[in-house]
Structures are given as structure tokens and as C-alpha cells.
Design a protein around this ligand. Structure first.
Ligand SMILES: NC(=O)C1=CN([C@@H]2O[C@H](COP(=O)(O)OP(=O)(O)OC[C@H]3O[C@@H](n4cnc5c(N)ncnc54)[C@H](O)[C@@H]3O)[C@@H](O)[C@H]2O)C=CC1
Ligand SMILES: O=C(O)C1=NCCCC1
Length: 323
């Protein structure tokens, strides 16, 4: 067994470097394509392996995916510790492998990609599923995803009003002041008459009720990623047209789907490829759980953008396999 030579050392791509090149303009189309590749089965992606960490109420997850047509082989490894107080609740790294040899080539921060790709996917869902010209956006949850969804959705739509509610009013006030939105004291006040709603909390029991929302609203349900957790009242799940990123994952991981036993109408990717209808005039819910293929194609995009921006990130393969 030979040790690796220096030529095979892993490149590291930092949080800051990723932030420099990734934006919603380049990420949203990439995520639309990731959803399509998942649903037309050109990408290979099992449901993630999750090891729950009971005393932290959280988990460790391994999220591999392969897209042969992109030469993309990578895996995200992620922890979710929802009770963290003085540091973020999610931490992730992504390992990118050489598509010809399987040699690990790049290790990159996974936090920026997790933060941005989740909101970018919700922007795709909203584009297909909301009523034309949405005016009012309501965001429930003022954490990392609440803020990222503000940016992704306001960069895609021209809302006349954005309202933010959080369990801790101080947090929603801070975010609302930072981005120029309105703070609401209750979730009901925030979602009243909204055209688009985002639920992005670590709640384990429903925070969004059926009789608060207007018919025809589109909801991006981003939190509650365990089979015994919920963000959405079961009645609202059952009375809406439910879309998911992965049907298989939703049936295994989403408490909102599992507990309500709501029917899943389609995967979002099936809508993107034209296989299933976007029922825009109905109340729609996009139940997002997050997919490895989103991380893998985001990582591919970052490598390509950095390689283009300067030649320091050695993405090309041939040099590295010659000894
Ligand atoms: N679908 C996907 O692809 C992804 C989903 N997520 C999920 O989205 C949710 C939000 O993630 P982040 O913003 O990164 O977390 P965060 O920790 O930054 O923010 C969590 C927010 O939820 C609020 N919250 C916590 N417990 C609550 C409760 N019982 N009731 C109401 N609000 C409560 C907090 O006050 C905070 O505003 C989490 O459930 C997370 O696991 C995160 C990343 C990707
Ligand atoms: O896909 C992800 O990344 C996540 N999904 C569910 C919650 C943790 C992060």
C-alpha cells in the first residue's frame, strides 16, 4: 500500500471562497436541473443514512449522490444539533471524488451550500407552484434558512410586503431590520393573506394552521425533517396539493407527511420535466427535506466557477492521476 503523493493531496474550498462565487442567479437554475435529474433518474441518490443522536435531539447524516452526465461524485456529511445556543445548529462538509478514479480530490465547506441550495430549491418550487404575481411573502422562522429564503425569494419575485415571525420576537425583529421586512407578533398575523409562506423552524409540532391561510397560497415547508416532527397542521397537509423533493425520502423522513398520511401528488422534479402538473390555483405545499444531488451539483458548480475565476482549484483530473 503506497501513501498518497503530494499531487493527490485534497484541495480545501472554504466558506469564504464559496460565498465569493455562489449566488442565487447561478444556483437557482442549477437546482432546477438537479431536481429534474433526480426525478428522471439520470442521477443516483439513495435516501440519506441518518444516525439520530438522542441526547442532542439531533442527527448525523451521510448524503451521497452521483450524476454521471456531470462527472459529479460527492457526498455531504452533516450534523444537526437543534439545541445549539452559541453556534449554528447545522454543520456540514462535502467531499468531491474524481469521476475517473474515485480518488477524493476536494474537501469543501458544506454550510454555505446547505444554506443557499435549500432556499434556491424553494425558489424553484415557488416559481412553478405559486399564483402569478405573488405580493405577500411570510417567513416563519428567523434563523439561517429564514434569512436565506428572504434573499432567494426576493431575488426571484417582486413582493410588495415581506413579513417575518419567529418564536423569539427579538430574532424576527433583528432579521426584519437587517433585510427591511415587517416583524409579526404571531404566526397567524404573518401568514394572513400571504401568497407565499415559508416554514423554516426547528419546531416539532405544527406552527402553521389550516384556517390561517388563504386558499391558493403556496407553502415551502422546509423544517421538520424527522418522521416524528411536524411544522404543518395535518388538516392543512391533507387539504393541499403536496409536492416533495423525493417521494421516497418524504415517506421515510417527513413527520408532516407520515403523521398526516397526506397524499403526495408529485415530486417537484416531475413538474420540472413536465411529467406532472403544477396546480397553481390550488393550495400547494412543497415539502422540502433536502437532497444530496442538490449538494453534489452545487459543489460541482462551485468547482467550475472557481476554476474559471482562477486556476488555483485543480479540478482537472489527468494531472492528478499521473505519478
Ligand atoms: N429542507 C432542507 O433542505 C433543509 C431543512 N433545514 C431545516 O430547516 C429548519 C431551519 O433551519 P435553520 O434556519 O438552519 O436553523 P436555525 O437554528 O438557524 O433556525 C431555527 C429557527 O427555528 C426556530 N425554532 C426553534 N424551535 C422552534 C419551535 N419549537 N417553534 C417555533 N420556532 C422554533 C428558532 O427560533 C429559529 O428561528 C430546521 O428544521 C432545519 O433542519 C435546514 C437545512 C436544509
Ligand atoms: O438536506 C439537508 O442538508 C438537511 N436536511 C434536513 C435538515 C438538515 C439539513
Amino acid at each position: 500500500m503506497q501513501p498518497r503523493d503530494d499531487n493527490m493531496a485534497l484541495n480545501y474550498i472554504s466558506f469564504e471562497d464559496i460565498q465569493k462565487v455562489l449566488n442565487f442567479k447561478n444556483l437557482i437554475p442549477c437546482m432546477e436541473s438537479a431536481l429534474a435529474k433526480f426525478s428522471n433518474k439520470t442521477a443516483v441518490q439513495p435516501v440519506r443514512a441518518v444516525a439520530r443522536i438522542k441526547d442532542k435531539n439531533g442527527f448525523l447524516a451521510a448524503m451521497p449522490a452521483v450524476s454521471p452526465e456531470d462527472g459529479a461524485i460527492a457526498t455531504k456529511v452533516l450534523t444537526f444539533f437543534p439545541e445549539n445556543k452559541n453556534c449554528p445548529t447545522h454543520h456540514a462538509i462535502i467531499i468531491v471524488f474524481n469521476p475517473e478514479t474515485g480518488i477524493p480530490e476536494v474537501l469543501m465547506d458544506g454550510d454555505v451550500i446547505t444554506t443557499m441550495r435549500t432556499a434556491a430549491v424553494s425558489a424553484v418550487a415557488t416559481k412553478y407552484l405559486c399564483t402569478p404575481h405573488p405580493r405577500i411573502l411570510a417567513i416563519l422562522g428567523a434563523g439561517v434558512q429564514g434569512e436565506s429564503h428572504y434573499h432567494a425569494l426576493t431575488s426571484t419575485f417582486e413582493f410588495t410586503q415581506v413579513r417575518i415571525w419567529s418564536r423569539t420576537t427579538e430574532n424576527s425583529r433583528k432579521l426584519a431590520e437587517k433585510v427591511g421586512a415587517i416583524t409579526c407578533q404571531t404566526a397567524e398575523e404573518a401568514v394572513c393573506d400571504a401568497d407565499v409562506i415559508v416554514t423554516a423552524t426547528s419546531a416539532q409540532t405544527p406552527i402553521l394552521k389550516s384556517n390561517w391561510v388563504k386558499p391558493g397560497v403556496h407553502i415551502n415547508a422546509v423544517g421538520a425533517c424527522c418522521p416524528d416532527w411536524q411544522e404543518i397542521e395535518p388538516e392543512l397537509m391533507r387539504s393541499s396539493v403536496v409536492y416533495t423533493d423525493s417521494r421516497e425520502a418524504a415517506l421515510r423522513e417527513s413527520g408532516d407527511v407520515v403523521i398526516s398520511q397526506a397524499a403526495i401528488f408529485a415530486e417537484l422534479g416531475e413538474v420540472v420535466i413536465g411529467q406532472k402538473e403544477a396546480q397553481r390555483t390550488k393550495t400547494t405545499i412543497f415539502k422540502s427535506l433536502g437532497m444530496a444531488i442538490e449538494d453534489v451539483l452545487s459543489a460541482r458548480l462551485v468547482c467550475d466557477l472557481l476554476a474559471k475565476a482562477d486556476d488555483q482549484v485543480k479540478v482537472p483530473v489527468q494531472d492528478r492521476t499521473q505519478s
